[in-house]
Write a protein that binds this ligand. Structure first.
Ligand SMILES: NC(=O)c1ccc[n+]([C@@H]2O[C@H](COP(=O)([O-])OP(=O)(O)OC[C@H]3O[C@@H](n4cnc5c(N)ncnc54)[C@H](O)[C@@H]3O)[C@@H](O)[C@H]2O)c1
Length: 446
């Protein structure tokens, strides 16, 4: 459904009215188009004294074609402000954040980027440093709420030894791929990663399975993974028929009709993957999901069971069997689709929020066990995304969902898909156990 308010607010007359009346002002977000540069303008790179990341990050960005500057030139408009905060060892050192951001707060372009780099508190030398590093979260989340105009702000904790592994994340965050991701804390682990031969086709040679791919977010995931070079298997219920075939055709992939709640679904899927030319799968995206909303008092058992069954038990069963049979290859990626309802809870969605909090639990509990198999597992948690599901919401709730976030608008399926493609990249092999919201920094679950 079209966001008529956003269209109006971006018209000549609308812009004047929005300004005069102090109404929400949804900017047109910068989204990625193939061929776009990593950053659409100069990037100012600052650091607290003693930081360990400014130097490798500066080199890495420069070799990615980014115009990196470390000293300010008067009146420059920046595409991004990147600050290495790893040198901050105690609370008195936090002043370096003010000194960097205060003078440049107004120098970012529309859809500009703020990225703060820190050390994971648990990897610091002691409580004082851990406290200071933990403080960074308050700064970045507040900047995301303050700067407006489509500017996003994130905190990236880079484990010592993860300096080279941060490139896929910086590329994602600087580009229009992360248009609707803001206020997030991302953890990049230690290790070296395989740099894709072509950053525009990082998934070349990979086989990806996308569940619930016939429409909405799943269809977009299939399209974006195919754009990035993957071969795609688009899975949906047998009833999805033509829509599924269309998605598979557009992605130049294969369609697989399967009800994931059927007792033999994991077995049939495993058989299909084992028999295929790839002999397994590299990327598994558990996107299929349903809602059956009622307050718990009015809910019948079938609403409870079906939502838990599709959203949580099916991904668990599929993971268990594919992993047991070794069908997810080394270097593999599992991505769950949670929801901000699973973080904040939502009236009328006890079943759904339980299932989606469960998806987060699944990611966090499975990640450590997969480390030695060289398989990562992460989740996205979408907020209000413009799909058939949200178009059915009552007008008041729909408008609240659209406006109560730092972007003053809903996200698009492609925003979720781009985030999943970043998790799937070979360059993201040290990112595991993360849950990243794609919610424009929604006030729900903040
Ligand atoms: N739209 C949003 O704003 C939003 C917000 C948060 C989370 N999500 C999550 O994102 C995912 C996709 O959402 P959407 O809005 O695109 O939903 P959608 O209803 O448009 O698409 C879901 C797809 O999953 C398929 N599916 C359902 N049960 C299945 C089963 N048993 N086996 C195989 N396929 C099955 C459906 O046929 C459908 O094609 C879901 O997990 C949803 O919970 C969506």
């Amino acid at each position: 459904m079209a966001d008529r308010y956003a269209n109006f607010a971006n018209s000549g007359l609308g812009r004047a009215m929005v300004k005069r009346l102090g109404l929400p002002d949804p900017p047109r977000l910068r989204r990625y188009r193939p061929g776009d540069p990593v950053a659409p303008g100069p990037v100012l790179l600052g650091a607290a004294p003693g930081g360990r990341l400014a130097e490798p990050v500066g080199k890495l960005l420069a070799s990615a074609g980014v115009q990196v500057t470390e000293t300010d030139a008067a009146n420059t408009r920046y595409a991004a402000l990147v600050f290495d905060a790893t040198g901050i060892a105690d609370s008195t050192g936090l002043r370096a954040l003010f000194d960097f951001f205060h003078p440049y707060a107004r120098s970012l372009n529309v859809s500009g980027r703020v990225i703060v780099l820190g050390t994971p508190p648990e990897a610091t030398a002691g409580p004082k440093e851990a406290t200071a590093q933990r403080s960074l979260e308050g700064l970045t989340r507040s900047i995301g709420k303050e700067f407006g105009r489509g500017v996003t702000a994130q905190l990236v904790y880079v484990a010592p030894g993860g300096e080279q592994a941060v490139e896929s994340t910086l590329r994602f965050l600087l580009s229009g791929r992360s248009a609707y991701v803001s206020g997030q804390v991302i953890r990049v682990g230690a290790g070296t990663v395989t740099t894709p031969a072509d950053w525009d086709k990082p998934l070349t040679g990979k086989l990806a399975l996308v569940t619930g791919a016939a429409r909405g977010i799943g269809a977009s995931i299939a399209g974006i993974l195919a754009r990035d070079g993957a071969e795609v298997i688009a899975l949906d219920v047998p009833g999805a028929g033509d829509a599924l075939a269309d998605v598979a055709n557009q992605a130049r992939g294969r369609a697989l009709q399967l009800d994931l709640t059927a007792a033999d679904a994991p077995e049939r899927l495993a058989g299909y993957l084992a028999a295929g030319p790839h002999g397994g799968v590299d990327i598994v995206v558990h996107n299929a999901g349903i809602t059956r909303d009622k307050t718990i008092f009015k809910m019948d058992e079938s609403r409870w069971d079906s939502v838990i069954g599709v959203n949580l038990t099916a991904p668990e069963r599929v993971n268990d069997l594919l992993l047991e049979r070794g069908l997810i290859k080394p270097g593999g990626r599992i991505v769950g689709v949670a929801s901000i309802a699973g973080i904040a809870g939502n009236r009328g969605q006890t079943n759904y929020a339980t299932s989606k909090a469960g998806v987060i639990g699944l990611v966090q509990s499975t990640a450590p066990a997969l480390l030695d198999k060289d398989i990562t597992i992460n989740a996205v948690a979408p907020g209000f995304i413009e799909t058939a599901m949200t178009a059915k919401m009552p007008l008041g709730l729909r408008e609240a969902g659209r406006r109560l976030n730092s972007m003053s608008q809903g996200g698009l399926p492609v925003d979720v898909a781009e985030t999943i493609a970043w998790f799937a990249s070979p360059g993201s092999s040290t990112i595991t156990g993360n849950v990243v919201r794609v919610c424009g920094q929604s006030l729900l679950g903040a």
